[in-house]
Design a binder for this molecule. Structure first.
Ligand SMILES: C[S@@+](CC[C@H](N)C(=O)[O-])C[C@H]1O[C@@H](n2cnc3c(N)ncnc32)[C@H](O)[C@@H]1O
Length: 339
């Protein structure tokens, strides 16, 4: 059981494609094969890559097109100051909530007895509404409270780690406890945070090292993490289907058949000294079409070789396939191009 008072570190999330465990390998290769002072994490996801590279550069550009990830980046990395005592006051208040007072029943009507127990869903909705109504917090404090709610809810959700489905069980236990995130010291660093489509953003930014970790199969992140998006945005959209998803938004071209073209366009528009790409290597082995790679390694190399000279590194690793009890052997490839 997690310690009830312990704060969440940035990588304490179940997130498909998180590179946290691969970072010792990636970081070593980046430091050995590139040089520079600025780093652009274009598909930043959890932010774990930026966190691990933080001591190596002065300037960071951090981007992902999901609302929840942008809030999480602001919460962990922003330079804006915040009051620890104010956050603790909110944490104590939130942990004493027993029933809804300000919120309507949107969150519990939709997600109670499904993704969370009914009681936990009521408390989560109530906390989100109170954050929405609060007047005495700055943007950083608001981001920290929402990110903390996202981590706290995600850590106890009745799922296999994403929100494509919930576990069909009766009598879901009440488990929710509001825990704060542990912010990251970014003093002295220049931090720029974006929520943009990667292809629209790259031409506007120039950085020494541009790091690309796009989705590699047809599973759409905005569909897998829709409840976290609901909590981040809090505009209570109409929901559909058994998994209770909103209308599609932020559907990635990297998860579609046009991925090779979109990737090529991205690479051609990057302003960098080095481009690093990490991509999963399941093209041959994947059984289901949804888990098959969208871009082949040959296509990645072809795009990269148009802009510079590329080195290729491979690493075998084992990963847990959500919803499936098999541990599969997969490998990751890191491409580093000197432009
Ligand atoms: C493989 S994950 C990145 C994981 C990340 N490196 C980490 O360690 O957590 C890919 C990310 O790209 C984001 N994404 C997908 N398509 C995008 C697009 N067109 N523009 C910006 N972000 C996108 C997804 O939301 C997802 O977080």
């Amino acid at each position: 059981m997690p310690n009830k008072n312990k704060s969440f570190n940035i990588q304490q999330r179940r997130y498909i494609g998180s590179k946290y465990k691969l970072m010792p390998w990636i970081k070593k290769l980046l430091l050995e094969n590139t040089q520079g002072t600025s780093f652009f994490d274009v598909f930043a996801g959890t932010g774990s890559v930026t966190e691990e590279m933080l001591d190596s550069y002065d300037t960071f550009y951090i981007n992902d097109f999901l609302y929840s990830n942008e809030i999480i980046f602001n919460a962990f990395f922003s330079n804006e100051s915040y009051s620890e005592s104010k956050l603790t006051k909110y944490k104590d208040e939130f942990n004493s909530i027993q029933k809804r007072q300000y919120d309507d029943s949107y969150f519990s009507d939709n997600f109670g007895n499904k993704y969370f127990s009914m009681h936990d869903a009521e408390v989560i909705g109530e906390i989100r509404e109170r954050i929405h109504l609060s007047q005495d917090i700055n943007k950083r404090e608001k981001s920290i409270l929402i990110a903390s709610l996202i981590y706290s809810a995600d850590s106890i959700a009745n799922t296999v780690g994403h929100y494509d489905a919930y576990r069909k069980i009766k009598g879901i236990e009440n488990k929710f406890n509001f825990r704060l995130i542990k912010t990251i010291d970014t003093e002295g660093k220049n931090i720029h945070i974006y929520r943009s489509d990667a292809n629209e953003l790259v031409s506007k930014i120039s950085a020494d090292i541009v790091f690309l970790d796009p989705p590699y199969n047809s599973r759409q992140y905005s569909r897998f993490y829709h409840i976290l998006e609901d909590l981040a945005e809090w505009n209570k959209p109409e929901l559909f289907g058994i998994a209770l998803k909103p209308k599609p938004e932020n559907m990635s071209d990297y998860s579609r058949t046009k991925a090779p073209e979109v990737f090529d366009d991205l690479v051609q528009n990057i302003n960098a000294k080095y481009i690093a790409v990490t991509y999963n290597n399941t093209y041959e082995g994947a059984k289901s079409s949804s888990s098959r790679n969208k871009i082949t390694h040959e296509q990645i190399l072809e795009s990269l070789n148009k802009v510079g000279k590329t080195q290729v590194f491979n690493k075998g690793y084992r990963f847990f396939n959500a919803g499936n009890t098999n541990l599969n052997n997969h490998s990751e490839t890191l491409f580093i191009t000197e432009v």
